[in-house]
Design a protein around this ligand. Structure first.
Ligand SMILES: [Zn+2]
Length: 365
C-alpha cells in the first residue's frame, strides 16, 4: 500500500513536470532535505535552492514521493495502529494529489498568459509591418526642388514618386565627357531665324520660350526648338573641366523625342542674344513676359560646329531619360558683366555630374 502511494505520487509528478525544466545538478539530497522539499511543495514555499516551485521539478518531486513513502513508514518511532497508519497514508496522498493539481492549474494559467502575450506581440508586429508597407506605397507628390540641401539633387528622387529616375536612372545627365569615340560626325543642320519669345524666372533658372519654326536636323530627324535656359556653372564637363555657364536649348521631334543642345559659355566679349534676354528679365518670379521684339537664336551658336553626343536625361526633375544630347565643342562667350548679372539671380543652379555607366560618347574628329 505504501509503495502504491509512492508510485501514485511519482506518476503524478512525472505527468506534471515540464520537460523544459532541467533537473538541479546537486547530489541526491539526504532524507532530511527530501522531507524539507516535501514540506515546501505541500506549503507552496520556495525550495531549498531558493527558487519558488513555479514549475514542478522532476528530481525534487521524485524525492518528495520518496520522502512521502519514508514519512509514511517511520523506522524508529513506535508503531502506530494499522488503522491510523492507513488514514495518514490516505491523507498524505490526498494532499499530494491536491498540491499537484494546484501546480498543474498554475502551469496552465502561465501557458495561457504566455500564448496570449505571443498573440498580442504577433498582432503588433503585423500591424507595424502593414503600416510600413502603407507608408512606402503612399505616392509622394512634392513639387519643390532646389540645387542645395534637403531638396537638392541627392534627394530629388525622394520628393516625388514620378521623379524616381533622378535616383535610379542609369542614363542620367550631365556627365563628364571623356574617352569619346572620335569619328566623322554628321553636320547638324540648323534652321533658326528671328522669332518671338517669352521669358520667365521659373525659380530654377531664366527660361526663354521661343516661337515655333526653329528647327535642328540630325540623324535624319528634325527637332523643333521649344525653349532655352541657363545654368551656372556649366553642368557639362569636358575631361573634368567645366565653364562658368552653359545654355541648354531644348528641342522636341514631332514624335516627342527630346534633344538638348548645350552651348558652353566662358568669359569674353558680350553676347547680343544674352543681352536681349537680360534686358527683358521679368520683375517678378514665375511671371512670364512677352516682349514685342524678335530674338535670333543663331546668336547662341558657335562658329565651329564640332560636337560631342551621347544619350542622357533631363538634368532636373523628373530626370526623364532617352534624351539625345549634343554638346558643342567650341564655347561661346559672355561678358563678365553679363555673367555677374545672372549670378545675382542664380549663383548655383547646376546638377552634379552623373555616372556615365559605360555609355558611348561620340565626338567630332
Ligand atoms: Zn538645363
Amino acid at each position: 500500500m505504501r509503495h502504491l502511494i509512492a508510485l501514485f505520487a511519482c506518476s503524478l509528478v512525472m505527468a506534471t513536470a515540464s520537460a523544459s525544466d532541467p533537473a538541479p545538478k546537486s547530489a541526491k539530497p539526504a532524507v532530511d532535505a527530501k522531507s524539507a522539499t516535501v514540506k515546501a511543495i505541500l506549503e507552496g514555499k520556495p525550495t531549498v535552492a531558493g527558487k519558488p516551485m513555479l514549475k514542478p521539478d522532476l528530481k525534487a518531486m521524485a524525492a518528495a514521493a520518496d520522502a512521502a513513502t519514508a514519512a509514511a513508514k517511520p523506522a524508529a518511532a513506535p508503531a502506530p495502529s494499522a488503522a491510523s497508519e492507513d488514514q495518514a497514508e490516505v491523507d498524505l496522498s490526498v494532499r499530494i494529489a491536491e498540491r499537484l493539481a494546484e501546480l498543474r492549474a498554475q502551469q496552465q494559467v502561465r501557458a495561457a498568459k504566455a500564448a496570449s502575450a505571443k498573440r498580442a506581440a504577433d498582432a503588433r508586429r503585423r500591424k507595424e509591418a502593414e503600416a510600413a508597407i502603407a507608408v512606402a506605397a503612399k505616392p509622394k507628390n512634392g513639387t519643390h526642388w532646389s540645387y542645395e540641401g534637403e531638396y537638392g539633387p541627392a534627394n530629388w528622387s525622394n520628393i516625388n514618386t514620378a521623379w524616381a529616375r533622378c535616383g535610379t536612372g542609369n542614363r542620367q545627365s550631365p556627365i563628364d565627357l571623356r574617352d569619346g569615340m572620335k569619328v566623322d560626325l554628321e553636320q547638324i543642320a540648323f534652321d533658326y531665324h528671328p522669332s518671338s519669345f517669352s521669358e520667365v524666372d521659373n525659380g530654377h533658372t531664366i527660361q526663354v520660350t521661343v516661337g515655333g519654326g526653329n528647327f535642328l536636323t540630325v540623324g535624319n530627324q528634325a527637332y523643333e526648338l521649344q525653349q532655352f535656359h541657363f545654368h551656372r556653372p556649366s553642368e557639362e564637363r569636358i575631361n573634368g573641366k567645366g565653364t562658368e555657364m552653359v545654355i541648354h536649348l531644348v528641342h522636341r521631334s514631332v514624335e516627342g523625342k527630346l534633344l538638348v543642345l548645350a552651348v558652353l559659355l566662358e568669359r569674353g566679349k558680350a553676347n547680343s542674344l544674352i543681352q536681349t534676354v537680360w534686358n527683358n528679365l521679368p520683375l517678378e518670379k514665375k511671371q512670364s513676359v512677352s516682349p514685342s521684339i524678335l530674338l535670333d537664336v543663331n546668336e547662341a551658336l558657335p562658329e565651329k560646329r564640332e560636337y560631342f553626343t551621347y544619350m542622357g536625361s533631363l538634368t532636373e526633375p523628373p530626370c526623364t531619360e532617352d534624351v539625345l544630347w549634343i554638346v558643342m565643342k567650341q564655347p561661346m562667350q559672355a561678358s563678365p558683366t553679363q555673367m555677374a548679372l545672372f549670378s545675382r539671380l542664380y549663383p548655383l543652379n547646376a546638377r552634379p555630374v552623373q555616372q556615365s555607366n559605360g555609355r558611348m560618347i561620340k565626338e567630332s574628329n
